[in-house]
Design a protein around this ligand. Structure first.
Ligand SMILES: NC(=O)c1ccc[n+]([C@@H]2O[C@H](COP(=O)([O-])OP(=O)(O)OC[C@H]3O[C@@H](n4cnc5c(N)ncnc54)[C@H](O)[C@@H]3O)[C@@H](O)[C@H]2O)c1
Length: 450
């Protein structure tokens, strides 16, 4: 099997490595020559666990080029993983996909034999079977469903886990122009993921709806758990972890994404939730569920900012631990930790930040007024108050071996990974979702349960 991958970014580069590791000869293509040069030299163009190892181990099967004729001409199937940025109304735009389709279609015009085009970028319902199919047929002068096949095959991966996510997905979603195209993609997917992973094949619109609905459902679950966490803060003796652990035992609910902690962020969850609302509005349906999910998410940042602001003075130094949108990634897009650091700086606090992977990305976004710490120990050692925003193993390990001391008098622990019994003179640990330690009354604040 020979495949080409268009767009060698956060998803495309790992897909290149994953296909190669399963024996597929791959040609990668991107508009950015530096990205292509990196792949040619066996260097990962994006930081993603296991990607560099794959590129090194399977370099004999991995090629990269700026020449569309080489990439498309040498392959039987072409994957498109180019951006689909959000428009002002929250829907996804198609211009990058259509530009890539133009380039692919030009080559297909003269390429003999059947060729399958697979769109992996997230699309709005109606896009693949509408403008994308129309453009592919117009430029290639070939008929989809006859000379060429077209599929929509969105990914459900999380950054930091892309390689494993591609190799071990919960299920494969395929929107297909016709059974031949769908069957060919299913065969290729089986090369990658094996025989046991369920494959859901359907028409384009159903697949486009499913992709957006999956993420909007997960964010609804996160916002539900966060609301539960807020409620737990107000009841003496309530503990969000005890409630959500029991709740998650119900097989209709499940435990994943049910913690009650910080809000969600990253390149997909926020915008897919808004796109779900846009999709509903488009057909005249009330989008209140997705909008409420989004509004609850927005207030989580305000909630943490307020907790810190009400317990510290204007000139205090606050350490924010965790700037990426989740553990194991350096991506800071819509990340709660990064936004908290910026919000606290605006209140006049001195802010020092740390993240295991995101410091470079954060440096370019945060102003020069925010100090960067090389380690969690350095950040905590300089701070009057510490906020734990990401539940990464480094912070768990740090706090397991930390017994207080230094200037720190307050820890706001959004993920409940600090020992709440940890006290030294004047040190207080507040854990979101746990009234036992999050004792609002102690501060003279309103408490629903009081
Ligand atoms: N990043 C995620 O976590 C994630 C998860 C699921 C789905 N998605 C979706 O996957 C798609 C790609 O996302 P990403 O995060 O990999 O994007 P990215 O920005 O990291 O990478 C996109 C790459 O495509 C290249 N590109 C743009 N236009 C091109 C063209 N016409 N021809 C060739 N290359 C071109 C860019 O130079 C870039 O290297 C988006 O639709 C996104 O919504 C992303």
């Amino acid at each position: 099997m020979k495949a080409s991958v268009v767009g060698l970014g956060k998803l495309g580069a790992p897909l290149l490595g994953v296909l190669a590791c399963q024996g597929v000869d791959v040609w990668g293509i991107d508009l950015i020559s530096d990205v292509v040069a990196k792949i040619k030299n066996g260097v990962a163009p994006v930081p993603e666990p296991k990607l560099q190892e794959l590129l090194t181990a399977h370099s004999g099967r991995i090629h990269a080029t700026l020449d569309w004729h080489v990439a498309i001409g040498n392959s039987e199937v072409t994957y498109l993983l180019v951006p689909t940025p959000s428009a002002a109304d929250g829907s996804f735009t198609n211009e990058y996909v259509l530009a890539a389709i133009d380039a692919v279609g030009q080559v297909l015009r003269t390429k003999p034999g059947y060729h399958l085009v697979v769109v992996n970028s997230t699309m709005m319902p109606g896009s693949t079977g509408g403008p994308v199919k129309d453009r592919l047929e117009a430029v290639s002068r070939k008929k989809v469903g006859c000379d060429i096949g077209l599929c929509y095959n969105p990914e459900f991966i999380a950054l930091g886990n892309v390689v494993d996510g591609l190799l071990h997905p919960d299920f494969i979603l395929i929107g297909e122009s016709d059974p031949r195209a769908g069957a060919m993609l299913e065969r290729i997917c089986r090369i990658v993921v094996g025989q046991s992973v369920p494959v859901a094949r359907m028409n384009f619109v159903n697949a486009e709806l499913t992709k957006i609905a999956v993420n909007a459902y997960v964010t609804m679950k996160i916002s539900f758990a966060n609301t539960l966490g807020e409620i737990c803060d107000g009841f003496s003796e309530a503990d969000a972890d005890i409630v959500t652990a029991a709740l998650g035992q119900d097989s209709r609910i499940g435990r994943k994404y049910l913690r009650g902690a910080t809000g969600y962020g990253g390149p997909c969850f926020p915008r897919d939730t808004i796109a779900f609302a846009a999709m509903a509005r488009h057909v005249g349906i009330d989008a209140s569920l997705a909008l409420a999910t989004h509004a609850i998410n927005e207030r989580q940042l305000e909630r943490v900012t307020k907790i810190v602001a009400e317990r510290t003075e204007a000139n205090d130094c606050i350490a924010v631990l965790g700037l990426a949108y989740k553990p194991d990634t350096g991506v800071v897009e819509q990340a709660q930790g990064l936004m908290l650091a910026a919000a606290l700086e605006k209140t006049g606090r001195r802010v020092i930040v740390h993240d295991p992977l995101a410091l470079d990305a954060a440096r370019s976004v945060l102003g020069p007024g925010v100090a960067i710490a090389a380690s969690a120990a350095e950040a905590v050692g300089r701070a009057d108050a510490v906020v734990v925003m990401v539940p990464c193993t480094e912070y768990k390990a740090f706090f397991a071996g930390w017994s207080g001391g230094g200037p720190t008098r307050l820890i706001v622990d959004c993920w409940r990974l600090v020992n709440p019994d940890l006290t030294s003179a004047g040190l207080r640990v507040l854990q979101l979702g746990r009234n036992a330690t999050f004792n609002a009354r102690e501060d003279g604040m309103a408490c629903a349960a009081a």
